[in-house]
Design a protein around this ligand. Structure first.
Ligand code: 16G
Ligand code: ZN
Length: 530
């Protein structure tokens, strides 16, 4: 190792100015933006080491997703476009919290333990969301990267999924797509247009929708989509960046509050979409003829996609294993529908995209969605190859080949690296168009159980530990028995509590058959946690 390589890492401007312990959680570091400066600097340093360790470009995204404006955060993206490897999450946490005096020695220790060849060149691809604090934090990260002589590609304002896309394209030398924003828009929109053909409307499907962009970076991307899809998809954009980020709008607000976001007009039976502040989550909703708010969340998207893929597999005669991955938050109504009506295997894992992604890799075609609208579909390389060859095989009937061709094309519409609100939306639009469905028909496919989520502030959320994909409480001892007792009083009742990975709170989820009971059930369970 070059002895002087870490010589300049001490930097007074980015020294650690407080003692708050910060953790690399489910989606990276996320907290108040004014205590993140040294963390960003240090993650710049770490990204260089990670790039050298993996001999590939690393992504660094500055965002706090659906959190309000005062927060910010950072996450690192591995070369294949995936979340940072779990063992490096601990390394990141340790590096963020070490005293300044031990920074250099910890970097040396990481390099030695991870066997990093420091002569390997490093590249870090950076993106940021629209928060006021993002440019300052960007500078901190840039200084970190440059201190260790890493190359930087600064993408400016991008959605989180766009960053993931560009990282994977860069590392696969363009075979996944062109590593530019232009490449991203062209890839998604070209296939969207070609699948849709000349029929803009079909059956009860019409091409108009209202989109709430949470006043986030997604609004910029949506404007690009509007340009590319003019005449094909009529997107009416709301919360386009002029208002407060994620404030009473966006996918998280809509999902949790089950209410119309600010500024979106209450028009009956119109298909509406909400994305979150960094555009990796999407939910649909509409106001029905009785002025009731109706939500179509990640579970709905997953079931719609599963039913479409199942249909294409059956029609084409392709034999591939289709599976769906959910979390404990998935509505019991959706799980019943998937298992009993669609008859697609369904797995449940703990919250956080990395867990869903990993499980979905076990299927030839793995669909994963969190109820909050974060999800995608991933295909094994072998499955892609089988589908491609099938479309070329002259012995299959035209109908079979047509279904296989649709399957082949729709793969290009999907951002497999991570849940992508815009790619997911274009997929949903494609499926609704193919089925000739309006949003009411989509909703009729099954009934959600009434459900409620609550946040509880506690002294130490980590006293709650869970198992069985967060559906069962291990500690405090006795809590689970009390939950079971309460739940047993409610027909089709289900409830769980878990510590949040992104906020200093405990989350409570409850569902049951009668909407008049659900608030009571949630409050009863929440009262056990106080
Ligand atoms: C993060 C996760 C999301 C998860 C949420 C749970 C990623 C990219 N994002 O936003 O998947 O649903 O955290 O938050 O993994 P919670 O632990 O606060 O409930
Ligand atoms: Zn997000």
């Amino acid at each position: 190792m070059e002895p002087n390589y870490f010589r300049d890492v001490a930097n007074a401007k980015y020294s650690k100015k407080h003692d708050e312990h910060i953790e690399y959680g489910t989606a990276g570091f996320r907290t108040k933006s004014n205590i993140l400066n040294h963390v960003l600097y240090r993650m710049g340093l770490l990204a260089v080491l990670r790039s050298k360790a993996k001999k590939g470009a690393i992504g660094l995204m500055i965002t706090a997703s659906h959190n309000l404006e005062p927060d910010n955060g950072i996450k690192l993206v591995d070369p294949a476009g995936e979340m940072l490897e779990v063992s490096w999450e601990t390394i990141a946490t340790n590096l963020a919290n070490v005293p300044d005096s031990e920074l250099a020695s910890m970097l040396i220790e990481i390099s030695t333990k991870e066997n990093i060849d420091l002569s390997v060149p490093a590249t870090v691809i950076i993106g940021r969301d629209t928060r006021i604090s993002s440019p300052i934090l960007l500078n901190a990260a840039l200084v970190g990267i440059k201190t260790l002589h890493g190359e930087v590609t600064d993408l400016g304002l991008v959605t989180t999924p766009q960053l993931h896309y560009i990282v994977v394209c860069t590392n696969t030398k363009g075979s996944y797509g062109d590593p530019t924003l232009q490449g991203y828009y062209l890839k998604l929109t070209a296939v969207f247009k070609s699948i849709r053909g000349n029929t803009i409307n079909n059956g009860n499907y019409t091409s108009t929708l209202m989109l709430d962009a949470a006043n986030g970076v997604g609004a910029i991307a949506v404007k690009e989509l509007q340009r590319h899809l003019e005449g094909m998809l009529d997107i009416k954009l709301f919360n386009d960046g002029c208002g407060d980020l994620n404030y009473m709008c966006g996918a998280d607000f809509v999902k949790v509050q089950q209410a119309l976001p600010l500024n979106v007009p209450s028009e009956r039976n119109v298909r509406c979409v909400s994305i979150d502040g960094d555009a990796d989550r999407v939910v649909y909703f509409y106001i029905d003829k009785n002025d009731k708010f109706c939500l179509l969340d990640g579970d709905r998207i997953a079931t719609l996609v599963a039913s479409y893929f199942k249909e294409l597999l059956e029609t084409s005669g392709l034999v591939l294993q289709l599976g769906l991955v959910q979390t404990a938050y998935a509505n019991g109504g959706s799980t019943d529908y998937i298992s009993n009506v669609l008859k697609v295997p369904v797995a449940c894992v703990q919250t956080g995209v990395k867990h869903l992604h990993k499980k979905a890799l076990e299927f030839d075609i793995g669909i994963y969605f969190e109820a909050n609208g974060h999800g995608t579909v991933i295909f094994k390389d072998t499955a892609k190859e089988i589908i491609k060859n099938y479309t070329k095989n002259k012995t299959h009937s035209a109908t079979k080949k047509e279904a296989a061709t649709k399957l082949r094309d729709v793969i290009d519409l999907i951002n497999e690296t991570v849940g992508d609100a815009l790619s997911d939306m274009l997929l949903v639009e494609t499926i609704l168009h193919a089925k000739g469905w309006n949003i009411i028909e989509w909703q009729k496919s099954y009934n959600d159980l009434p459900n409620k989520q609550l946040k509880v502030r506690v002294k130490d959320r980590n006293v709650i530990t869970t198992t069985n994909a967060e559906r069962y409480c291990l500690t405090p001892v006795g809590l689970q028995n009390k939950i079971d007792e309460i739940v047993s009083k409610y027909p089709r009742g289900r409830s769980f509590v878990r510590p949040s990975g992104t906020e200093d709170i405990v989350r409570v989820y409850a569902e049951c058959e009668n909407s008049s009971d659900v608030d009571k059930l949630a409050i009863e369970v929440a009262s056990l946690v106080y």
